[in-house]
Design a protein around this ligand. Structure first.
Ligand SMILES: [Fe+2]
Ligand SMILES: [Fe+2]
Length: 273
C-alpha cells in the first residue's frame, strides 16, 4: 500500500484571467485537457462512493486511514475540477454541463445497484489516472510546462496525488472479494469509456469554436498525442500489466517521482492542517 497519503487543501486561482487556449495557446491541446478535466468532478465523486461503500468491512486501520485520505484527496480534486468545469460553462460550452448531469445520474445509480462493479471500474480508472500522472511527472515538458502556470499548478498537484493513492481502490476491491475476470472487463470498459467521453467532449468544444474540421490541426494534435514523443506514448507496457493475474499497482514504482514532485507541489499549497 502507498506509504503515506496526505490530504492537501490548495487554493488555485482559476477564477479569472485564464486564457481560453491555456495549453500552449493551442485549441486541440487545450480541449483535450479540458475534456479530461470535465469528467473528473462526477467521476471522482463516483470513486469515493465506490470505495467508501465497503468501509464497514475493512478492519485494517492502515487501509481505513488510506481510504479516508483517498476520499479526502479525490474530494479536493473533484472540487477544483468543478471550478474548471464552471470556467468551461462560462465560456459557452453548455453541453458539458448536460453530459455531466447525465453521467452523474448513471454513476450514482451504478454505485447503488452495482457496488462491486463500481469498485472494479474505480480501481481500473485509478490505474489509468496513475499512468497519466506518471506521464505528467516524468515528462512535464509535454504536459504541464506548456500550460498557463495556474492550470499547471493544478495538474501537477492532481498528478502527484493520483500517484500517491493509486493502490487504495485496488486494495479495497481485493478485500471486497473482487476477482480477476471482473477487473479485466472493468478495465476494457473503462478504457473505451474514458476514450469515448474524452473524444466526444473534445470534438464538441472544437465544434463550438468552429474548429472541428481543420485537418492540419488534427494532424498536429494526433502527433502531439501519439507521435514518437507524444504525450500518450510509452506507457503501453505499464497499461497492459493490469491484465496480469497477479498485478498490484505498487509493482510500478512511482516512489522516485513522488519524492521529486512533493516539494514542488507543496511549495504552491499551504501546509496540511
Ligand atoms: Fe483525482
Ligand atoms: Fe484517483
Amino acid at each position: 500500500m502507498t506509504e503515506l497519503i496526505r490530504i492537501r487543501h490548495p487554493d488555485f486561482d482559476l477564477d479569472s484571467g485564464i486564457p481560453r487556449y491555456w495549453m500552449a495557446g493551442d485549441p486541440f491541446k487545450t480541449h483535450f485537457m479540458n475534456a479530461l478535466s470535465s469528467v473528473f468532478p462526477d467521476g471522482e465523486a463516483f470513486f469515493v462512493r465506490a470505495v467508501m461503500h465497503y468501509r464497514e468491512r475493512v478492519e485494517d486501520p492502515e487501509l481505513l486511514e488510506a481510504m479516508r485520505a483517498f476520499a479526502g484527496q479525490e474530494g479536493q480534486h473533484s472540487h477544483h475540477h468543478a471550478r474548471h468545469v464552471q470556467m468551461l460553462l462560462d465560456q459557452g460550452y453548455a453541453a458539458i454541463g448536460r453530459m455531466n448531469r447525465m453521467a452523474g445520474r448513471f454513476m450514482a445509480w451504478a454505485n447503488r445497484r452495482l457496488p462491486l462493479d463500481s469498485l472494479a471500474h474505480t480501481a481500473a480508472l485509478e490505474h489509468l489516472t496513475a499512468l497519466l500522472a506518471r506521464q505528467v511527472m516524468t515528462r512535464p515538458e509535454m504536459w504541464v510546462d506548456e500550460a498557463d502556470p495556474r492550470m499547471a499548478a493544478m495538474w501537477r498537484w492532481h498528478a502527484l496525488e493520483e500517484a500517491e493513492h493509486k493502490a487504495v481502490a485496488f486494495d479495497v476491491y481485493r478485500l471486497a472479494g473482487g476477482g480477476y475476470a471482473r477487473r479485466v472487463v472493468a478495465q476494457i470498459s473503462s478504457t473505451l469509456g474514458l476514450a469515448f467521453e474524452t473524444w466526444l467532449r473534445m470534438a464538441y468544444m472544437l465544434w463550438v469554436d468552429g474548429l472541428l474540421l481543420r485537418p492540419r490541426m488534427w494532424m498536429d494534435g494526433m502527433r502531439w498525442l501519439f507521435g514518437r514523443t507524444g504525450v500518450l506514448r510509452g506507457r503501453g507496457g505499464d497499461y497492459l500489466r493490469w491484465y496480469g493475474r497477479d498485478f498490484h499497482p505498487d509493482e510500478i514504482d512511482d516512489g522516485p517521482e513522488i519524492a521529486r514532485w512533493r516539494p514542488l507541489v507543496e511549495a504552491d499549497i499551504p501546509a496540511p492542517a
